[in-house]
Design a protein around this ligand. Structure first.
Ligand code: SF4
Ligand code: SF4
Ligand code: FES
Length: 545
């Protein structure tokens, strides 16, 4: 593979790569505002300037400039190499690039910073981007001096709503046009544009429109400064107090990779941010998914319920034993409901209880009803683990919940043991059917029809409170990492299944997630079912876009 050198380090590049793209892939950070690896090149901020050395034997391209001479106290003619924007300059074999090692580049980056900050309000103490703002970071890395302009700055509109989710502050905007390009190129809704020129320019929404498509929060996320802020997040938390867990969005079957940012002091989730994964979501997430972090705490079942009344988990398990008494005499009368919204580990535990211990044969699956999909990211299947459940069940493929209702009306079952809270059928219809049974035990993280219809409900952790594996629509098994401490008495779903099994007199000895994962996939420790299409996810270097 052809290579270029950046500051003496040899890195490979692919046909058509720009210098910054090749550097980014190799984990080398070249400062940039307007460039984003998922967007077209605008080359308007000039922060990514580098010095490209001339080929051997050729003179460097020089520019005539005027340089301040402190002794003469005047500008004098001078020359300097012509720098190039690395986001636009294509790589060529053997090219030698100076980035951090060039004095000319260092000077240029400082000058670009000074220019960008000339009219900036520097309201960092009250800016929601503080702590993760490129202007702050690059000022510290590349400028570190005050600006020389003494005049009043150009004032522009502040706190302008762009739509239901985003607020714009024109004074902070550096007109990098990332938001404009994102809406046009990724969201495919070119609703933003630039108005005016020079220091009067600002971003505007098309007349008669709002920024209101399915990816508005991404326009805020791609903004490298505090010009766009999310109404949901602004003024709720300071980012330096937050921690990040590597999560998988539970909003649909796409399984976008995300960081779940949470405050460990209050055990509160605050936002989702996309985590780059070229095979799944590239750099993006949809609004529905980005706001779905709230489900980690909203509508929770945090206590066990016995007959609809709060109870301790141990008491609920004792009550479940009574309610399911006699189930072992005729396992054919037990229906098992897996959940397309729970992890492989939770579903595998319930499958093991059903097949290995109870001897139940009939499997059903619960989940959210179909919703809106698109040809960008969103799946119509709003469940995060449909393929995982199908792969785990193998040949005994689970039937839709609607068929369980028919079977109950036909008198086929006396008992149901279910995982999950969500149903794609009418809640009342489900409740009417389940109320005919002798015993209904549900393990769920949220309130919902399956919980309200259950004799006994056990409080499970959400995806945010426990590690879990989910298989997305492409068949890629992905791990989601625990962020929060369990709410109330919630415990991981697999653990509650194992405790239920023990309460029913079965030898379900699992006490740790590692034991479940080993049982799930004995040849390895990935926790991935062997019959699911498993693909290794390439870890990208941690260079931010
Ligand atoms: S709002 Fe943000 S992303 Fe859009 S042009 Fe201004 S600085 Fe760039
Ligand atoms: S596309 Fe699906 S998985 Fe991705 S962010 Fe949206 S809801 Fe979440
Ligand atoms: S990042 Fe290259 S000019 Fe803006």
């Amino acid at each position: 593979m052809a290579t270029i050198k950046i500051d003496g380090r040899e890195i490979p590049f692919e046909q058509g790569d720009t210098i910054i793209r090749a550097a980014h892939r190799a984990g080398i950070d070249i400062p940039h505002y307007c460039w984003h690896p998922g967007l077209s090149v605008a080359a308007n901020c000039r922060m990514c300037l580098v010095e490209v050395l001339p080929p051997p034997g050729r003179p460097a391209m020089q520019l005539d400039i005027l340089r301040w001479d402190p002794e003469k106290k005047d500008y004098v003619p001078a020359r300097k190499p012509k720098l190039v924007p690395s986001c636009q300059q294509a790589c060529a074999p053997g090219m030698e690039v100076l980035s951090d090692t060039s004095d000319h580049v260092e000077e240029a980056r400082g000058a670009v910073q000074e220019l960008l900050l000339l009219n900036h309000p520097v309201d960092c103490p009250i800016c929601d981007q503080a702590g993760e703002c490129r202007l702050q970071d690059y000022w510290l890395e590349h400028q570190r001096s005050g600006k020389r302009m003494r005049q009043e700055i150009v004032h522009k509109p502040k706190a302008t709503p762009f739509g239901p989710t985003i607020i714009y502050d024109a004074e902070r905007c550096i007109i990098c046009t990332r938001c404009v390009r994102f809406t046009a190129e990724v969201a495919k809704d070119p609703v933003l544009s630039v108005r005016e020129r020079g220091n009067l320019n600002e971003i505007v929404v098309s007349p008669g429109r709002q920024l209101d498509h399915n990816y508005t929060l991404m326009t805020e996320h791609v903004c490298p400064v505090g010009a766009l802020t999310s109404i949901d997040f602004r003024f709720k938390a300071r980012v330096w107090f937050l921690r990040s867990a590597r999560a998988i969005c539970q909003g649909c079957a796409t399984g976008c990779n995300a960081y779940l940012d949470y405050d460990p002091r209050t055990n509160t989730p605050h936002r989702y941010r996309p985590r780059d994964n070229m095979e799944v979501n590239k750099y993006w997430m949809c609004d529905e998914g980005m706001l779905s972090y709230k489900r980690a705490v909203e509508g929770r079942l945090s206590m066990a319920l016995v007959g609809g009344e709060d109870a301790g988990v141990d008491d609920a398990l004792a009550a479940a034993k009574e309610q399911l008494a006699g189930h072992g005499d005729d396992p054919g009368r037990v229906a098992i409901v897996l959940s397309a919204t729970h992890s492989n580990e939770d579903n595998f535990a319930l499958l093991t209880l059903a097949k290995t211990f109870i001897g139940a044969k009939d499997l059903y699956v619960s989940g959210k009803p179909l919703g809106q999909g698109d040809d960008i990211l969103m799946s119509a299947d709003k469940n995060s683990n449909t393929r995982g459940v199908m792969a785990l069940a193998g040949a005994s493929s689970p039937k839709p919940f609607a068929e369980l209702i028919d079977a109950i009306h036909a008198g086929k079952y006396a008992y149901v043991i279910a995982l999950g809270a969500e149903l794609e059928v009418d809640a009342q219809e489900a409740k009417n059917a389940l109320s005919k049974l002798k015993g209904v035990v549900t393990i769920a993280a949220h309130e919902g029809p399956l919980v309200s219809a259950a004799h006994i409900a056990l409080p499970a952790c959400t995806w945010a409170e426990t590690d879990g594996t989910y298989v997305n629509r492409q068949g890629i098994a992905q791990r989601s990492e625990r962020a929060l401490l369990p709410r109330g008495e919630a415990r991981p779903g697999w653990e509650l299944v194992a405790r239920l099994g023990r309460a029913l007199g079965y030898a379900m000895s699992w006490k740790t997630l590692a034991e479940v994962r080993r049982a799930l996939s004995p040849d390895e420790t990935t926790g991935v079912p062997r019959d699911a299409a498993e693909r290794a996810l390439v870890q990208k270097p941690e260079v931010s876009a």
